[in-house]
Design a protein around this ligand. Structure first.
Ligand SMILES: [Zn+2]
Length: 280
């Protein structure tokens, strides 16, 4: 599932090519993608609107419109946001397509084989009612520039396993399974370590590694795995998967210490990967 670095890569790709352009026409191919409102609401909300800016909170991509509305796009498992030349045939599973003004003649396409993703046009003044999960998001490490003091308050105020805490979107927004495992490895902390037992030095390390791992991943265009659909707006994969140290490396020698194998344990229906020698 795309996480903060992948959604941020998509946002940056859109920002340079979308801002200032007007949406001329919209097709909605599948109601499930617009389930939060309706096809008519998305078509009416987008048609004729000019895109003013692009933003991101956690894994939510937002486009500001000159109508006062915002567009929320959530990729979930397999969503892709692509910018294609007008003449190019739409790929299978294109559920929303928006023709753009200006040159080159392009179409913004939301493609989503598994259809968990969403496109919503909403009034930001009513976000708590229209998209409560967006309104309840916690601090975004990149957008909000989460300080060490903020992280210290978060970890000291709770007695939760670090893995669960970092994955809780209502506490810190944008980190999913891949980056959680990579951040905890880089910070040398076990995923089942209880948050309020961290020393000040460990909090400093965790804070630094959250920022370092996410920033590096954004610079490399995110992670594209064999089993995921993630690509940027031009259809290119990311490169950060080449830097993964523990994620999906169970049974292989830890490349940090070279003296223990990476372990995988089940975690809330998914997996967590760590090195029992490096992480305490
Ligand atoms: Zn190790």
């Amino acid at each position: 599932m795309p996480e903060l670095p992948e959604v941020e890569t998509v946002r940056r790709g859109l920002d340079v090519r979308l801002v200032g352009r007007t949406i001329l026409a919209v097709d909605v191919g599948r109601d499930r993608t617009v389930r939060r409102t309706s096809a008519a609401a998305v078509i009416d909300g987008l048609t004729g609107a000019t895109i003013l800016d692009t933003r991101r909170r956690g894994k939510y991509l937002l486009l500001g419109l000159d109508t006062g509305d915002d567009v929320m796009i959530h990729l979930r498992m397999s969503g892709r946001v692509l910018l294609h030349p007008m003449g190019e045939p739409r790929p299978p599973h294109t559920h929303v397509a928006a023709r753009l003004s200006g040159e080159p003649a392009e179409e913004l396409r939301f493609v989503d084989p598994r259809t968990f993703g969403e496109v919503v046009v909403f009034d930001p003044a009513n976000v708590a009612v229209e998209i409560p999960d967006l309104a309840r998001l916690g601090v975004d490490p990149i957008t909000d520039g989460m300080s060490r003091a903020t992280l210290a308050r978060i970890v000291r105020g709770r007695a939760r396993a670090l893995k669960a805490l970092l994955l809780d979107q209502h506490v810190i927004a944008g980190i999913g399974n891949i980056y959680c495992d990579e951040i905890l490895h880089a910070a040398r902390l076990r995923p089942d370590r209880i948050s309020n037992t961290l020393t000040p030095r460990e909090i400093t390390r965790l804070h630094a590694e959250i920022h370092r791992v996410l920033v590096e991943a954004i610079e490399l265009g995110g992670s594209t795995l064999a089993d995921t659909q993630y690509v940027d707006v031009d259809g290119n994969g990311g490169q950060f998967q080449l830097n993964h140290r523990v994620y999906d490396r169970a049974g292989q020698r830890c490349i940090t210490c070279g003296r223990s194998d990476v372990v995988r344990i089940p975690w809330a229906g998914r997996s967590t990967h760590f090195c029992p020698r490096c992480q305490r």
